[in-house]
Design a protein around this ligand. Structure first.
Ligand code: ADP
Ligand code: MG
Length: 248
């Protein structure tokens, strides 16, 4: 529990600093994006191949910067989750459909396995969506040569929900499993190292836990446990929880 608190405090501090910088960057970035679109049209009608390749390259980098800015903002801005009764299976299926174009491009198959009699969970849909999306993106990035993304959802022994995001990718070496949730920890040349930190923060703000496990035969499993709907969560208890301590 102490490390959870430290993680949340660190994220909040990072978020505060980042919010300022990100804010300053966002406006110029969006005007660059708009001007780039105009330039793209100009270049398209001028039939200049070299110029249009340059525009495409610039666009990709602008999009990358925007995504990084969004990740920082999602840390600094994230309010306490507003929990509502949700069907986790529906959300998972919707998200897999949402990332399918990216998966297809990378040669990654996908499936969702869910128990028939799943209990509902209490979720903040937009936050939990972000948490799962981060896991799915990591899974895809770990399967550069294709593979399979499997989301499985089962009723947990305690009446809650176990949700696993599995991939058949490169795997996480055992000695790194404790570090990958740290803010800024990344093994990617162009990673931010924020995805898993944000995911863990969101899951814990829902009263849940997340673990990284290896899979037999290679690949990685991220296992999220969520309390059943109706069970009290940090959001509802009177004791101050880390999610209510820092005012984000
Ligand atoms: P980023 O994706 O920007 O590197 P994350 O916080 O999302 O940051 O992930 C941190 C690190 O955890 C990654 O750089 C990678 O080393 C490892 N990782 C996360 N998910 C997976 C996965 N599904 N398979 C293999 N490694 C992973
Ligand atoms: Mg990531």
């Amino acid at each position: 529990a102490r490390s959870e608190l430290v993680n949340a405090e660190r994220l909040a501090a990072i978020g505060k600093m980042a919010a300022h910088v990100t804010h300053e960057i966002r406006n110029p970035l969006s005007s660059i994006g708009l001007n780039l679109e105009l330039l793209e049209e100009e270049v398209a009608s001028s039939d200049n191949k070299e110029a249009s390749q340059l525009v495409v390259a610039i666009k990709a980098e602008v999009e990358r910067l925007s995504r990084i800015a969004e990740q920082y903002l999602s840390i600094s801005r994230r309010p306490r989750p507003r929990l509502e009764r949700e069907r986790v299976e529906d959300l998972a299926r919707e998200l897999v459909a949402f990332v399918r174009p990216e998966l297809d491009r990378g040669g990654v198959a996908s499936r969702v396995d869910a128990d028939d009699d799943l209990p509902d969970a209490r979720l903040d849909e937009s936050q939990f969506r972000q948490a799962l999306l981060n896991l799915m993106r990591n899974a895809r990035e770990a399967m550069a040569k294709g593979g399979e993304l499997i989301v499985s959802i089962h009723k947990a022994d305690d009446g809650g929900i176990d949700l696993a995001v599995d991939d058949t990718g490169s795997g996480v070496p055992e000695e790194l499993r404790a570090s990958i949730f740290d803010p800024f920890f990344t093994t990617k040349q162009r990673g931010t190292g924020l995805g898993l930190a944000v995911t863990r923060d969101i899951v814990e703000a829902h009263g849940g836990t997340i673990r990284c496990l290896g899979r037999e035969g290679g690949g990685t499993r991220f296992l999220i446990h969520l309390p059943a709907a109706g069970v009290s969560t940090p959001d509802q208890t009177e004791a101050p929880s880390y999610s209510s301590e820092n005012n984000r």
